[in-house]
Each structure stands twice: as structure tokens, then as C-alpha cells.
Design a protein around this ligand. Structure first.
Ligand code: GDP
Length: 299
């Protein structure tokens, strides 16, 4: 049961993994293998720069170590993928501040609300107290969803009937300080990076959080749908340039995601992946481990 999430991750990545692994089956180590490997990596959302890096490493080691067995090439690919992904490993340091203020952003449907629920559960399980700020003031349903969820899980949710997400976040931080709460998680409305006025609103939430508590928000986390393909890079870039991301939660790696996008992200800009989403349940949030991830993909 403990490793159940790993089999879900493995199952999610299986389709991608199979087409990469297929390249190494009954194949000579020749130019045709390299070409097929390139195609398979690109299809897996690895992206051009990371694919070229992997292929260069493979060619170099094949030559240097006189590799003639395709299964050994697979090991080289695994080594290189792990080296690319390892910089993304980082643990969220919950003890760094009290209260620790987390701001969570993302486009609609990325899994933001689900991930906040999972994260709250995860932090509660390690004995932390939490206040949620219902910063998604656009959708009344979102506010209600969070309120119901908070009640069920014994978590205070700060919300306002109408108005300003920045004010909600300000109140939540003040409340957390007064009640000696460990963590504030501020939800924000889903938005597209192209919606400039909404990106400005996000900047305002950040500014006001800093007014409520010097240094806050300490973490600005983007929830990213892992099945977005190369589009994910544009999202990360836009949010990072607007508010400065400190971490990512990459969702849906149990389902439609091809997985390679993490490698594409890692060579583009290194923003730590604090967690990966591997299901819809409250337990389906896992810390990111490059080696585990590559094993799930290619073993
Ligand atoms: P939001 O609009 O960003 O708040 O997105 P939601 O949290 O409402 O999630 C959108 C859909 O994605 C819901 O059906 C979730 O159950 C689903 N979802 C979120 N995270 C994951 C995940 O890691 N795996 C799977 N399979 N589904 C997920």
C-alpha cells in the first residue's frame, strides 16, 4: 500500500516508457538506434535541448566505452535523465518561517484546489497547523469548495464574500500570526499567463502578503498539469517572470502525462519540484525523487 503511488506513477508513465524501451529491444547499437531514441524522447515531451543533451551523452559514452549492447545504452539514458532531473529535487522547508506563507498559482484545471487539499493533509499529518486563504474570489464555487473542504478537515479557511484576493491573504496572515499557526496556504484564482490583468493581481497579492508579514510570501508555487507538454515551459516562464516561482507541483503524472516534460523543464530553468501529483486522492502527493521517477519511466 505504501508503494501504491509508485505503481500508479509507473502505470501513468508506462505508455511513454514502453515506446522508449522499445528502442532498445533487439537492436544493434547503430545510427538507426540513435535516431529512434531521438524520436521517442521527443514524443515523450523531453523537448529538443534535453533530447540533444541525452543523445550527445549517449554517443560519447557508446564510443568511449565501446558499448555494443543496446540494454547498456538504456542504462546510459537512465543515468543522463537522472543527472538532468536531480537539480529539481528539493524538500519544502516548512520550518523556515512561522507562519510560513505559501502562495499557490496555476491555470484553471491544473489541479490547484486538489493539490492544496493534498498539501494541507500532508502538512497536518506531520503535525502542522494550517490556515487556508480563499484567494480565488472570482468563483464563488471555488470559495465554497474550499470552505467545505476546510470544515471537513478541521482547517480554518479565511474568505470574504466579495472582493479583493490580496485582502483575504492579508487577513489570513494576520489570523495565523495571532493564533500561532504554522502555515498559511493562499489559493489564487486560476489564470492564463496571457491574462495580464490577472497576472497583475497576482503581483498585488504578493505585495500585500509582504506588507502583512515581512518576507512573505516565502514560497510561490505553481501547480502545473504534467500533461501540458511543451506548453508547460511557457507557463512556468510567464509565472516565474511575473512573480518569481520558488517551486512547482506537477500533477497528473499517474494519468495522461508523458513525464518527459520534467526533463524539458529542468534544462530550461531550475525550479524545484516540491511534489508530484499521482492521483486524485488526498494521499496522492509525493516528493519528487529523480531516480525513482526514472525507474518508474524506464524499468
Ligand atoms: P484547479 O482548477 O486547478 O483547482 O483544478 P482541480 O484541483 O479542480 O483539478 C482538476 C481535475 O484534475 C480534477 O478532476 C482533479 O481530480 C484532477 N487532478 C488533480 N490532480 C491530479 C493528479 O495528480 N492526478 C489525477 N489523475 N488527477 C488529478
Amino acid at each position: 500500500q505504501q508503494r501504491g503511488w509508485f505503481s500508479r506513477l509507473r502505470a501513468g508513465l508506462a505508455k511513454t516508457g514502453t515506446s522508449i524501451k522499445h528502442v532498445f529491444v533487439s537492436h544493434k547499437v547503430d545510427e538507426a538506434l540513435f535516431e529512434q531514441l531521438e524520436d521517442a524522447l521527443l514524443l515523450a515531451d523531453v523537448g529538443v535541448p534535453a533530447t540533444l543533451r541525452i543523445l550527445n551523452a549517449v554517443r560519447e559514452r557508446v564510443k568511449k566505452e565501446r558499448i555494443e549492447d543496446a540494454q547498456q545504452v538504456k542504462q546510459v539514458v537512465k543515468d543522463e535523465l537522472i543527472a538532468i532531473l536531480e537539480p529539481l529535487e528539493k524538500e519544502l522547508d516548512v520550518s523556515a518561517h512561522k507562519p510560513l506563507v505559501l502562495m499557490v498559482a496555476g491555470v484553471n484545471g491544473a489541479g490547484k484546489t486538489t493539490s492544496i487539499g493534498k498539501l494541507t493533509h500532508h502538512l497536518q499529518a506531520s503535525g502542522r497547523s494550517i490556515v487556508l486563504a480563499a484567494g480565488d474570489t472570482f468563483r464563488a464555487a471555488a470559495r465554497e469548495q474550499l470552505a467545505v473542504w476546510g470544515e471537513r478537515n478541521g482547517v480554518t479557511v479565511i474568505a470574504q464574500e466579495s472582493g479583493d484576493p490580496a485582502a483575504v491573504v492579508f487577513d489570513a496572515i494576520a489570523s495565523a500570526q495571532a493564533k500561532h499557526i504554522d502555515v498559511v496556504i493562499a489559493d489564487t484564482a486560476g489564470r492564463l499567463p496571457t491574462q495580464l490583468h490577472l497576472m497583475d493581481e497576482l503581483k498585488k497579492v504578493k505585495r500585500v502578503a509582504n506588507k502583512a508579514l515581512d518576507g512573505a510570501p516565502h514560497e510561490i508555487i505553481l501547480v502545473l498539469d504534467g500533461s501540458m507538454g511543451q506548453n508547460a515551459l511557457m507557463q512556468v516562464k510567464a509565472f516565474d517572470e511575473a512573480v518569481g516561482l520558488t517551486g512547482l507541483i506537477v500533477t497528473k503524472l499517474d494519468g495522461s502525462a508523458k513525464g518527459g516534460v520534467l526533463a524539458a523543464l529542468a534544462v530550461d530553468r531550475v525550479i524545484p519540484v516540491y511534489f508530484i501529483g499521482v492521483g486524485e486522492g488526498v494521499h496522492d502527493l509525493q516528493t519528487f525523487d529523480a531516480r525513482e521517477f526514472v525507474d518508474a519511466l524506464l524499468d
